[in-house]
Every structure is written in structure tokens, then in C-alpha cells.
Design a protein around this ligand. Sequence first.
Ligand SMILES: CN1c2c(nc(N)[nH]c2=O)NC[C@@H]1CNc1ccc(C(=O)N[C@@H](CCC(=O)N[C@@H](CCC(=O)N[C@@H](CCC(=O)O)C(=O)O)C(=O)O)C(=O)O)cc1
Ligand SMILES: N[C@@H](CCS)C(=O)O
Ligand SMILES: [Zn+2]
Length: 778
Amino acid sequence: MPAIGATVLGYPRIGPHRELKKALEGYWAGAVSRHDLEHTAATLRRQSVRRMAELGLDTVPSNTFSLYDHVLDAAVLVGAVPQRFTSFEDELDRYFAMARGAASRRTRNEGGDERDQPDGDVGDVAPLEMTKWFDTNYHYLVPEIGPATPFQLNAAKLVAEYREALAEGVVTRPVTIGPASLLLLAKPDDEAPAGFRPFDRLDELTSIYAELLETLADAGVPWIQLDEPSFVADRDAAEITALQRVYQRLATLERRPAIFVASYFGDLGDALPALAMTPVEAIGVDLVAGSGAGRVAATPNLAGKTVVAGVVDGRNVWRADLESALGSLATLLGLAGDVAVSTSCSLLHVPYDLDAEPDIDSRLRSWLAFADQKVTEVVTLARGLHEGYDAVAGRIQEGTSARDDRATASSVVDPAVRQRIADLPPEASQRSPYAHRIAVQADNLDLPPLPTTTIGSFPQTGDVRSVRAAYRNGQIDADEYSSRMRTEIERIIRLQERLGLDVLVHGEPERNDMVQYFAELLNGFITTRNGWVQSYGSRCVRPPIVYGDVSRPAPMTVEWASYAQGLTDRPVKGMLTGPVTMLAWSFVRDDQPLADTARQVALAIRDETRDLEAEGIRIIQVDEPAIRELLPLRASEQPEYLRWAVDAFRLATSGVADTTQIHTHMCYSEFGEVMSAIDGLEADVTSIEAARSKMEILPELAASGFARGIGPGVYDIHSPRVPSNDEIATLLLRASQAVPATRLWVNPDCGLKTRSYAEVEPALAAMVTAVRQVREAL
Ligand SMILES: CN1c2c(nc(N)[nH]c2=O)NC[C@@H]1CNc1ccc(C(=O)N[C@@H](CCC(=O)N[C@@H](CCC(=O)N[C@@H](CCC(=O)O)C(=O)O)C(=O)O)C(=O)O)cc1
Ligand SMILES: N[C@@H](CCS)C(=O)O
Ligand SMILES: [Zn+2]
């Protein structure tokens, strides 16, 4: 068995130029053949293993490539395919049906339209649910596992990708999710009786993994990496014992590769000594998010094992502190059998290569590291560890100088921002009592009961995107751009008037992304040209980088909002992204607490709310869809996070007069655990994703004491399906049983940017008709 040496836990897969995205969307649209899709995928995989090997890694992971999602791949690997997909005989059709939904066989025979959508679920076979991958902005597909879900090994992809890399001359280490985490990431299927947990089937699933290990041994695979990230969150003693049982069993198989159990996004806690007691050969620890090398080194039973030390941050873009990383590695050396050097998690969460960013100035660039630069850092550290400090002294010095330069750069610290924060009185985060302000807002707005609205974005048509691209590329000037955007805004305002909505939006046509748009306009942020990171399936984002103190040089949204308001007598909602979401979807500073950066962003947003108000905007929505996402995985760390997150939102939204109504919006998460924080935001109105769970969230919210305006989403915008008036009316009546109708608002689950007008117009018309019915009924 070769030593692991220098390695990474995973590598980006969307393609340096988003080749996979383009091939997938082309394939779904019927414009790219299956052969071409497979060719693109194979080329990307080969390039990736070659690149990692050329950069000097000792061992390279494989099977980290995925056509859609690695959790879906793991479900397919163990044959956990829900019944509704079994009629798809072709494997790729079945795979994409699980990812995106599909027309049933009946509809397919009638000419179903599953290839028309670039993303989202299509047709009448519902896809697997999508949810957040731990506390990242990546989304995985949730396996459905019930008592009768079949398990059957299907190792073809894993073995084929191993052999494909071997043909490139690279012996790889196949990676997949370990059995315990796979079940903890799954949800019970609809057939499961109350109280059933997928985890109940751990022993059965372990048998499939045993078979997998034997298959890999037969294929000559030296190492397998089984990821068990679910154990960096709070787990009970039974779950930890079960984890130990799994690896005791797998590691005592006669025929198997060496086993590397990886963890990331935090500290393994009690799971680390439990794993150390099993005969697995290697354990991976995250020394960036976790509590450090000292604690790991103190774990008994590591002497015969390789500790794979995740010392290079796999999910942020700062150049590593090589000196301190070497210190951590030295702490482990001598206590473990061997020390391998790695990233703290897969590099899936960072862009490929800093060299693809010609616009970033050279000084700032010297502070940064993207995936390929991180691979090089890992290689340098492994050399330093094994050949001694002097072998890499030059590189370490270079890194230290860059970090010192960053620490003292005047572009990072803005004394004016710091003074403003220091001068803030406590009442800056306090509005007058809700009962008082809601009364003055009612006078100011004069809205009907059950006011109707949308969440902000309207379809981002090809036309709108190409106008933005033309402006960005200098093909049209600012006047032409502004005029084209105004035409689009006017069209959206007139459409909403025609549909009969009560509170209008300008539709966000000028925004490439709800975070990047603001980052481009704020001091302290930079944005990238090619820094794409997969968010889900074929969808990508370019997370901005916060490098310095944040401030707002000029208004960011006022021009568009006030133009829209000038077109209509109905209130137009101003639309901003909140401080927590701005940070959750950016690469953040690692040189000051996140809470401090959040206050700076909050102040910039606060300035914007006041300017919007001064221009006659009477309602302002501050979106915080990611407030749940940043919730620490360990309960002990959650109260502190919630305290500063709520405080930042309140700082952002308390600068306006009582007459101005503050809305917020949340989606993409289960909000059960953060109900009291949602209440603590004190937004006058909160819109929240609720349609898919059929309003289940409302009783929970009411029970938490929440007693302000609430807009539970009445239809799911992730689906092209147009809801009927009756189903929306039914949901509204259900909502009115949990929340007094006087506090109910009516809106879709989220923004409409990924949908087409052909879906949006009838869906909103149904929503307005349903509200009229319900208003009469109430
Ligand atoms: C709400 N969601 C968001 C998350 N994170 C964000 N940062 N933003 C979000 O909205 N996390 C949770 C969810 C995740 N959901 C999504 C949904 C949709 C997308 C998405 O559609 N992404 C787009 C890229 C968006 C973008 O930046 N567009 C720019 C640039 C577009 C582009 O590719 N331009 C071309 C050239 C121009 C052209 O011909 O169009 C190029 O650069 O090559 C824009 O529209 O201006 C995607 O396509 O993946 C992401 C997350
Ligand atoms: N205002 C944004 C929120 C998305 S979470 C939108 O409508 O797209
Ligand atoms: Zn949303």
C-alpha cells in the first residue's frame, strides 16, 4: 500500500470554462448528443487527474467527478433508487430523472418536455429533494430510503473512473460517501412508518460497502476514501458506536483496499477516538474548521495509522499560512504512524485557477489561492514535512511575505468604516414597537387584506442576459444599457398591474446574481471573471471575495427602484440582499471575525434603505435566504452565531422611519432550528418557502411566538408546473388556520428568475384569482 503523502479530498468538476455546464444544458435541450456529453465528461476527468498529478500530488482522488451530484452518485452506487424511477430503463435517463424530475412513461410517450428546462424539476415524476450540503452553498440531492428500498451494488462508475485515470498513468483513490453519512444525509421515503430512520438500515448498507471493497480489491485499487462528514455535527452515542461498528467490520474484511475515512467542515469530536479504535488505515481531519492538531494528537490509538491532516483551507481562497500549517503537521508527526497532507475538504467549493483572473491586481492576487494553487501548497507542505524546512524555505518565506503584506495593507483597513461602527449607539438596531409601526404603515400603504406580491426577480430571459453581457463587454454604453433596463422594468411593472398584484417589484433584470450584483458595487469586495463554483447540477455562482473593510461608495439600487415606483401608484418594494447572505455566498475574510464583517455590510445596506426611503420607496425587502446556512453544525456554537446574525440584520433595517415597512425573505432551507432568530429579526413581514411542505412551517412559526406579517410561499417556483387557483386557495385557507388572516401575505416560494414567462404569467394569475376567492370566503 503506497503512502497517501500529498493529496486533496476532491477537485472542482464543472470545468475550468464550465464545459460540463454547457454540455449538460445542451444535452437537456436536445442540442448535445449523449456521446458528446460523455466525451466532455471524460475529457474533464482526464484533465483533472493529470493536472493534480502534474502539480505534484502523491495520491490523486477519483470518482469526485459527477454529472450532477456526488450524493446522488452514492445513492446510485448502492442501488437506492426510489420506486418511481424504476420505469426508466436507461441508466442516464434514470439518473437525470432522479436529479431533475421527468415526464412519466405515459407522458413521455405523448411527447413529454423534460428536456426543455435548463434546471429545476421537469414533468410529473418528482425529482429527489435538493438541500444544502452542510454549511456550504452547494446543494445535494437527498436520497430517499425506506424499510423496503433495495440495496444493490453498482460499482461500474467508480471502477470505470479508476481505470480511466490508470490509462492516463495515474493510480487514483476512489472517493465516495461512507455508509453512515449516506444514511444520515438521506430521508425516509413516503412508505416509511413513523419513527423509521434510514440509519436503521446501516448494517444492511455496510454489507453493500463490503461488496464494494472486495470489487475494488479485485480491480487492484490500493486505497478507498470513504467520507463521513456527518460526524462533524452533533451525533449521539449510539450513532458513534454504529460508526465504529461499520469500520470495524469493513476493516476486518480479508480482501479490500486500504481504507481512508475522511471528515471535513469541522471537528470529529467523539467520533475520532471511536474511528481510531478500528483497524482502518487512515483518518482525515479538518484542521482548518476543526479544533486543531493538538487535540487530534492527543487521541489514543493513532500510532499505527495515517492521519490525513487537512491543513489547507479547501473552501476559502486565502493563501495558506504555510509556517503555521507546518507547525500543525509537526505536532502530529511522531504521534501518528504517518502524516499525510491535504486540503480541509474537497476543492469543489473554490474556483479552479487564479491564473484565469487577469483583472485581479497583482498585490491582491498574491494573497489568494484557488484550487490549483492550493494543490501546490499541499505539495510544498508535504515536502517540508518529509524533507525538512529548508527544502521549502523559499516558498514558505514567499507565503509569509504575502500574508504580512495583506496584514498591513492600507486597502484592507478603512478607518472611517471602523469609526462609524465604533460610534453606533445601541438604539441603531432598534425600531419602535411593532404594534405602533404596523399601524402607521397600514395608513401609509392602504393595502387590501391578504396582500399579493412576488419575491423580487422576474424571469431572466436570454434577452435580458445578453443586454447585461453587451454592457459588460463594452458593446453598448451606459445610456443604452439604462434605457434597455428601463424598458424591461416598465414591461414587468405593467405585467404586474395587469395581473392585479398589490405590491410590485422592479424584477431585478440588472442583477447577474443577488450577491454578486451588490459585491460589484461595494468597497471591500472584489468579484471574479471566471471564478465559477458549482451550486447545484449545472448551476454555478461566482462567489465574490471580501478582502477589506466594507462600505458603500454610492447608492446601488435606487435608480432602478425609483424608476419603477415612478411608473405606478401601487407600492414598489425595494430589494436588497441582507448581510448574512452576502457573507454566506462570498469568500469571507479570515483576518477578522465574521460578525465584524457582517456589521460593516449591514451599515452599507442601512445606508441603501435610507436612500430608497428618501426616494419614495415605502416597502423594502432585505433577503436573508442563507441565514440558516451559516448556522454552525455544533449546537454549542449556534447561539453566538444567531446573536450576531440577527444583530446585523437589525442594524441593516432599523435606520428607516416607522412608516417604511421592512420585509425579509427566506428559502432553500429547513428553518425549524432558527425560528426564534426569524422572530428576532423583527421584520414587519417575512416571506418564507412553504409550498412544498404544504404550509407545515406555519404552526411551528406560530408556536415560536412569531406574531408579525408572514407570506408563506403558495407555490413552488422550482417546478415549471403551473398551480391551479384551487390548490393555492386550499393552501391559503390552511395558512389562515395557523396565522390570523390580518397578518397573512400571499407570494410564491421564491424569486422567478429561473422560470419562463410562459410559466410565470399563468401561475401569478392563478395566485391572484385564488386570493380573491379566499378574501370573499374569509
Ligand atoms: C438562490 N441561490 C443562489 C445562491 N447563491 C448565489 N450566489 N445566488 C443565488 O441566487 N445559492 C442558493 C441558490 C442557488 N441557486 C442558483 C440558481 C441559479 C443559479 C444560476 O442561474 N447561475 C447562473 C449564473 C448566474 C450569473 O452570474 N449570470 C451572469 C453571467 C452569466 C454568464 O454565464 N455569462 C456568459 C456570457 C454572457 C451570456 O452570453 O449570457 C459568460 O460569462 O460566459 C449574468 O447573467 O449576467 C448559471 O448559469 O449557472 C445559481 C444558483
Ligand atoms: N429577491 C431574490 C431572492 C431570491 S432568494 C429573488 O427574487 O430572486
Ligand atoms: Zn428565495
